[in-house]
Design a protein around this ligand. Structure first.
Ligand SMILES: [Zn+2]
Length: 296
């Protein structure tokens, strides 16, 4: 896509927050070029919180944004869908502090954006192209980004469970790949963690309707898994949602090994704080560069 986009018409969804358990409605509306994705708390005098790495507040179990004390929780699934489906600009009106979890995947948001339609502006999209490799690692977990002229993802996970184990995924992130391969993958958890998470004030809205839950040996959801490697695909969904906080489309190859929200956020902060790591290019500049590389 060469030009900036927004939605054509307003669309709405209603649900509960995964962690807070509160009822919440969102409404997605068109926004002018170069707005980005901006949350609007309609319950707090339309206070705005842009979907930017600058406002990352909490990164344990979900990503939360905060501006001047106003919170938007669990932003990663909705932002993952905007980013992957190529919607650059939108207002997201929200009447509570947490984005609804819906069925735990990105699919309801993909359907919502398809209903909203895509409008293309005349303003050229500006991509962030990674120029030098960057790695963040800690405690056997690692995330890197390498230069590339497309948005590529490699994601590895390991959970010591007979239905999960070691899983790996390689993907070019395009709207088509995303909608079929990534968006349907649901949030997941393990039933022996549930008490601890509840004691931390988390997962108050969780159920088998909006999350995959594993017990020691099996899966508790009667419908089973949507993909054999649904967990790895969901990790990729979360990762894209955290990368979306860069605020412009990314050209690079992200390699995540057992990384979580905190490490995703650390990578984004590392990139954004060092302008020598990237350049901002238009589609035309990129096409010219690829063409000259081919003839030389
Ligand atoms: Zn998730």
């Amino acid at each position: 896509m060469q030009f900036e986009t927004t939605v054509v018409r307003a669309v709405e969804a209603t649900g509960v927050g995964l962690h807070s358990g509160v009822p919440v409605s969102i409404r997605i509306l068109p926004a002018p070029p170069s707005t980005g994705i901006v949350f609007v708390r309609t319950d707090l005098d339309n206070f705005q919180v842009p979907a930017s790495w600058r406002y990352v507040a909490k990164v344990s179990y979900a990503t939360s944004l905060m501006r001047q004390g106003v919170l938007i929780s669990t932003t990663e699934h909705l932002l993952s869908v905007f980013y992957s489906m190529g919607i650059d600009n939108a207002y997201v009106e929200i009447d509570n502090l947490e984005v609804p979890i819906l069925d735990g995947s990105g699919l309801p948001f993909v359907d919502l954006l398809r209903r909203a339609g895509r409008r293309t502006y005349r303003r050229r999209r500006r991509f962030m192209r990674i120029r030098r490799p960057v790695t963040v690692e800690a405690h056997g977990k690692r995330i890197s980004i390498l230069p590339a002229d497309r948005f590529l993802l490699t994601c590895d996970i390991f959970f010591d469970h007979p239905l999960v184990g070691r899983q790996s995924l390689d993907l070019e992130v395009t709207p088509e790949h995303y909608a079929t391969q990534i968006a349907p993958a649901r949030t997941f958890g393990f039933n022996y963690e549930l008490d601890q998470l509840r004691n931390m004030g988390l997962i108050r809205g969780a159920s088998l309707e909006n999350a995959v839950c594993f017990d020691r040996r099996d899966i508790m959801n009667p419908e089973g898994l949507r993909f054999r490697d649904e967990c790895c695909r969901h990790k990729a969904l979360d990762l894209i949602g955290d990368l979306a906080l860069i605020g412009r489309p990314l050209l690079g190859h992200v390699i995540a090994e057992r990384a979580g929200h905190a490490m995703h956020a650390a990578l984004v902060a590392r990139i954004m704080n060092d302008p020598s790591l990237y350049e901002i290019v238009s589609f035309d500049q990129l096409a010219m560069r690829v063409a000259s590389a081919l003839v030389s």
